[in-house]
Design a protein around this ligand. Structure first.
Ligand SMILES: NC(=O)c1ccc[n+]([C@@H]2O[C@H](COP(=O)([O-])OP(=O)(O)OC[C@H]3O[C@@H](n4cnc5c(N)ncnc54)[C@H](O)[C@@H]3O)[C@@H](O)[C@H]2O)c1
Length: 262
């Protein structure tokens, strides 16, 4: 057994929605380094083209496609087009993070229209994309789909970490991420016999120069006593997508420094 070969992505075509976000950028870099043919799917064209160029310069096989995950009516058609252009979908990672401008409003100020828009843009897009990708993977007789959840799709929020800041976490996030986690389990069960694996990666809080008080409060409540890094999320995602995880499906991989362990 050549164990390290199992972690290689050589010859695999990997699609990453939100591929130029905080986490997506690092995930893109990780899969590129692992020798995958990476296709970044994002609405941010300038960032997408820049990252593609940067990675090509160091030998990466990376392409960018402008792709809006919320264009639900055209999802099937758009994914079919990608599939014919790039040949097959070995791995698909849903790491886009669509949200409305008023996403961070307090629960007291929440508008029904905003709630509905966010559920549609995030939960419904992940769901509709996942359904189509799994159907294609079934025809290909294999594939690995990874959806991005969150600790807040698994446990309720500890609002004490926001004390002394204006920060909060939206009610819709709990519903959306909880939905995505069980969506992955459903699809894992439905498509398992076709060698299609479906899993969820649940990051904890990732350090992104947040308010110092928040970072301190958050870290105090985490067994590893700190926030996570995009690199730590990318390596866990790489493992789960690779053949090293060939007997893993339907799981919720917590990459949270132990937040949900206590
Ligand atoms: N950063 C964290 O602390 C954290 C924690 C837990 C879970 N997550 C989850 O990880 C995933 C990635 O989060 P992030 O922090 O990298 O977010 P981010 O906001 O940094 O990046 C999101 C990316 O999605 C893209 N995007 C937005 N709307 C889109 C659309 N309609 N179609 C295509 N692309 C679109 C953006 O252009 C951006 O590149 C999300 O599912 C998020 O919920 C993040």
């Amino acid at each position: 057994m050549k164990y390290m070969n199992k972690f290689s992505m050589s010859g695999k075509t990997v699609f990453i929605t939100g591929g130029v976000g905080l986490l997506g950028t690092e995930i893109t870099k990780a899969f590129s380094e692992a020798k995958a043919n990476v296709v970044i799917l994002d609405i941010d064209k300038s960032k997408g083209q820049k990252l593609t160029l940067d990675l090509k310069k160091i030998g990466g096989d990376v392409e960018f496609e402008e792709f809006d995950i919320t264009d639900l009516k055209n999802i099937d058609k758009n994914i079919d087009k990608l599939c014919s252009k790039y040949g097959r979908i070995d791995v698909w990672i849903n790491a886009a993070y669509p949200r409305t401008r008023d996403w961070s409003d307090k629960l007291e100020d929440l508008k029904l229209e905003s709630w509905q828009k966010n559920v549609d843009a995030h939960l419904n897009s992940y769901s509709w994309i996942s359904r189509k990708v799994c159907l294609i993977m079934k025809d290909q007789k294999g594939g690995s789909l990874i959806n991005f959840g969150s600790i807040y799709g698994v446990v309720g929020n500890n609002f004490a970490v926001y004390e002394g800041t204006t920060m909060t976490s939206p009610m819709a996030y709990a519903a959306i991420k909880g939905g995505i986690i069980n969506l992955s389990r459903y699809l894992a069960s439905y498509f398992g016999k076709f060698n299609v694996r479906v899993n969820t990666v649940c990051p904890g809080g990732i350090f992104d120069n947040q308010n110092e008080v928040f970072v301190k409060n958050y870290s105090k409540n985490t067994p590893l006593n700190r926030m996570g890094t995009p690199e730590e999320i990318a390596s866990a995602t790489l493992f789960l997508a690779s053949d090293a995880a060939s007997y893993i499906t339907g799981i919720t991989l917590m990459v949270d420094g132990g937040w949900t362990a206590i």
